[in-house]
Design a protein around this ligand. Structure first.
Ligand code: HAM
Length: 418
């Protein structure tokens, strides 16, 4: 069997990488403008961090983690998401002691053993944001506003924001009991996944896509109706902040999210152009996570976007930018080939993006490759040039060609053209 990438992973080839860089740049600009600083935690952590942080009864921990035991007998897991690692780092380095809220963002690969399909991979990439240290409802609205600004800067439109509140831990406990009580009489009619969830994680039944289960849920108690007055009023304040910012959203009372750490605000941003895996961004408040992992009580909110999904949407708009070089060096003959690399290095050293041809093939073929490279200029070195201190400089679009002293080459390339 030939070697190929592992199922659920893919290579991002050079003709695609420009669009990834464009997305990363747009996100970095928006996040910096809002005062967020980049953090780069490791991509693997002790397994226990994710088990405690994300929750044992979640699909991510139960079925999807890439976990292994190291030669040193440590239980390690490739991070399935970014929040747990950021929180671990926040606690370990006492970032809370800096006295203010922490506005952090990250970007990188995550790993989940899921069934691959369009927009769903086993190694995927997220851009994420965490705002730690405040329970102010304006922080929830800020996080959502920065998410929508990021998506706009990336060039995406036609997205919709879904919002819900999963309440405090106590609210969730009360809802969990009410939902279980309601569903128990229908237990045998539920799909097998939901039957298992009824015992371990009944809230996730609300997420079921199975028609019969959906029907059974029509008369089920609603999360928002079971919120205590404080949680209800908190949710109303988040809503009015969003409305003041002109952010349109739809309330989705079934939005519970797949990770256990959420409290109060939960949200997702979806695109209708993506098919089944339509969530481009998901997040919410997680007021108990920092203390759960051994840090001080720290109310926090955050989100993450799936970069593959962002890029699928952009590619559907055929918006891939090119990053061509400025100069392509062509050379033929031993003496010429010997000076070609020195000239390429001279140009690179001067900050001029330069590629060169190693083929030694006929000039005609080398010029074809020069055109394909997208370069503006070709520097041509043949026997005559190799014996002098001159080169030929050709403007590839106009075909104009001049002889230039090597020492003048950089300024000739930089000179404005009439
Ligand atoms: P999540 O909803 O599990 O949340 O993931 C966030 C986003 O990552 C999803 O909306 C989706 O775009 C993308 N995503 C998830 N799984 C895959 C996959 N297998 N393939 C491709 N894309 C995927 C979290 O990860 C939370 N840590 C977000 C958060 C941050 N909440 C608070 N702070």
């Amino acid at each position: 069997m030939g070697l190929s990438a592992v199922k659920g992973t893919r290579d991002i080839l050079p003709d695609e990488v420009g669009i990834w860089q464009k997305v990363e740049r747009a996100a970095r600009d928006v996040l910096s403008l809002a005062g967020y600083q980049e953090i780069r935690p490791p991509i693997f952590e002790f397994t226990d961090l994710f088990v405690r942080g994300i929750g044992e009864a979640t699909d991510v921990v139960d079925k999807e983690m890439y976990s292994f035991r190291t030669k040193g007998d440590d239980d390690i897991t490739l991070r399935p998401e970014g929040t747990a690692g950021v929180v671990r780092s926040y606690i370990q380095h006492s970032l809370h002691a800096q006295g203010d809220v922490q506005r952090l963002w990250y970007c990188g690969p995550m790993f989940r053993y899921e069934r691959p399909q369009k927009g769903r991979q086993r190694q995927f990439h997220q851009i994420g944001l965490e705002l730690l240290g405040t329970d102010d409802p304006r922080a929830d609205a800020e996080a959502i506003a920065v998410a929508t600004d990021t998506l706009k800067a990336i060039g995406l439109a036609n997205l919709s924001v879904s919002l819900n509140s999963v309440g405090s831990r106590e609210d969730r406990q009360a809802f969990r009991s009410a939902l279980t009580r309601y569903l128990e009489p229908f237990q045998d009619d539920l799909d097998p996944d939901s039957q298992a969830r009824l015992i371990r994680n009944p809230l996730r039944i609300l997420d079921s896509k199975v028609g019969r289960t959906q029907e059974l849920l029509i008369g089920a108690p609603q999360l928002l109706e079971t919120l205590c007055p404080e949680s209800r009023s908190r949710f109303d304040r988040v809503r009015s902040q969003l409305e003041a910012l002109g952010i349109t959203y739809a309330i989705d009372p079934k939005l519970v999210r797949g990770l256990d750490y959420y409290t109060h605000t939960a949200f997702e941003i979806q695109s209708d152009d993506l098919g089944a895996q339509n969530a481009v961004c998901g997040g919410g408040r997680y007021d108990g996570l920092v203390s759960e992992l051994g840090g001080p009580e720290t109310a926090s909110v955050g989100w993450a976007m799936g970069m593959e999904r962002l890029i699928l949407l952009l590619q559907e708009k055929k918006d891939a930018p090119q990053l061509p070089v400025d100069v392509y060096v062509v050379s033929k003959g031993e003496a010429a080939e010997n000076v070609a690399l020195a000239i390429a290095q001279q140009l690179r050293g001067a900050g001029i993006a330069t590629s060169m041809d190693f083929s030694g093939s006929a000039f005609k073929k080398q010029f074809k490759r020069a055109d394909r490279s997208g370069a503006t200029w070709a520097v041509i070195i043949g026997d005559a040039e190799a014996e002098s201190d001159r080169v030929q400089l050709k403007h590839l679009e106009s075909g104009e060609q001049v002889t230039v002293e090597r020492t003048d080459l950089v300024s000739a390339i930089r000179a404005p053209r009439s």
